[in-house]
Design a protein around this ligand. Sequence first.
Ligand code: F6R
Ligand code: ZN
Length: 194
Amino acid sequence: MSEILEPYLAMLNFKTGILKPFKKKVEVRLSDLKDFFSDQEAVNKILSKSKNPIIYEYYENSQPEVEGHLNFGITIINPGKIGKEYYLTRGHYHAKEGTAEVYVGLSGKGIMLLQKKDGQVTHLFMKKGVIAYVPPFWAHRTINIGKNKFCFLYIYFSDAGHDYEIIKQKGFAKLVIEERGRPKIIDNPKFTKY
Ligand code: F6R
Ligand code: ZN
């Protein structure tokens, strides 16, 4: 049953990617992502120098976590690499796995990695104006492959929930690394099947 809310407006500044108002702001730093980057040595080296860069942040208008509502927000992934691997989001399955999501590219360049528990794997290239549809049952992670911030809008069901644990344990089947100055999608040597 949907909880009743009053209709409301939010403003997205297409130049800056700033969303106003937002109900939740989350900053994700390297220390929060230790287990999600593939090169643990590179992670530890940066953290040991007392550096803890913000990898990405998101600003969200979250609604009550009941059926029928939608959450929407903006994610901004900074440009950069840990070892050879580009800055990335944790990535997740929705806890309610049968829920889809829509991403709309606003600025910068990115790749969305997608995978299913039955072993299917794919990726989508994203930039300003690209709409990526994440069907139910597909885990999704976004990666900034450019030199500027990669920003996108996302919309998903507010009762979807997030399962990060399985990604933390097993990772994604593919990695996006820089090779000779260009992004390359390679098999993740540490990935084990479900
Ligand atoms: C919500 C969604 C996005 C991501 C955000 C951060 O279902 O897909 O809002 O939550 O881009 O990524 P994660 O949640 O993987 O850290
Ligand atoms: Zn999602």
